[in-house]
Design a protein around this ligand. Structure first.
Ligand SMILES: [Zn+2]
Length: 251
């Protein structure tokens, strides 16, 4: 392979590592923010369930109070009933007593339903509280891990960046210029495309037989894909023992 292509490949490897590290470093706070948002949503849901449970308990208390009032009223009405002097009064007191009794039954039915719901809600709240503790601990651990990873990535990035700077100073300026031009042009960061089995593996276009022949004939020269204009690194098919297999030159 041409020396220029080898050097360009080295630069490409470093640049791609730097891009990857940068993406990882940038992605970490996003991941943490997502986890925190998820935890916030769980916390809000827990607060809602707690509020529903409290409202439920207050309603049970209110119904019990109302029934207590109804019972006192019934006692009072019964006393008045005993003292009633005519049929009209009797009917009216009886009617009121019946009304209070039906209210007591209705309130007791409502209370029963509310108690069932309270039982369910308190189970949900209890489980959610325990889950929240575990979730909070997990998020804290992830944050700590992310901090460590981010620092490791940063250090690795600095090391690669220095190596890259050193290499950039050592390689021929014309090659560096060419490399940078191609890197700018190809957003995927692939400046050197592999040429395998008569194809440019980056743009998937066939390489003309004549060009392929030249590539094979002049391994020290730098060639470019005529379609995507990337540098080509020639990668002939190899047999199992690692030697280059003799394949026809045509594509
Ligand atoms: Zn190509």
């Amino acid at each position: 392979m041409a020396q220029d292509v080898l050097l360009a490949l080295q630069l490409q490897r470093m640049d791609r590592q730097l891009v990857q590290l940068e993406a990882e470093i940038r992605g970490l706070p996003k991941k943490i923010a997502q986890l925190e948002a998820q935890m916030g949503a769980h916390q809000r849901r827990l607060e809602e369930d707690k509020a529903a449970l409290l409202a439920n308990q207050l309603e049970i208390k209110r119904l019990a109070g109302a029934n207590e009032d109804h019972r006192l009223k019934i006692d009072k009405l019964k006393k008045q009933l005993m003292q009633s002097t005519n049929q009209e009064q009797l009917t009216a007191f009886n009617h009121e007593i019946k009304f209070c009794e039906s209210e007591i039954v209705a309130n007791e039915e409502s209370s029963f339903k509310l108690l069932e719901e309270a039982e369910r809600l308190s189970g949900v709240v209890k489980a959610a509280e325990s889950n929240m503790d575990a979730e909070r601990a997990a998020v804290e651990k992830q944050k700590e891990d992310a901090k460590i990873l981010s620092e490791q990535d940063r250090k690795k990035g600095v090391r690669i960046y220095r190596e890259r700077e050193k290499l950039a100073k050592e390689i021929p300026p014309a090659l560096l210029k060419d490399y940078e031009r191609l890197r700018k042009k190809h957003k995927d960061g692939v400046v050197v495309a592999e040429c395998t089995e008569g194809l440019c593996t980056s743009c998937q276009m066939n390489i003309r037989a004549a060009l392929l022949q030249q590539i094979r004939q002049y391994p020290d020269k730098t060639f470019y894909c005529e379609s995507c204009l990337r540098m080509l690194s020639f990668n002939p098919p190899r047999s199992v023992d690692g030697t280059i297999a003799s394949t026809p030159l045509s594509t």
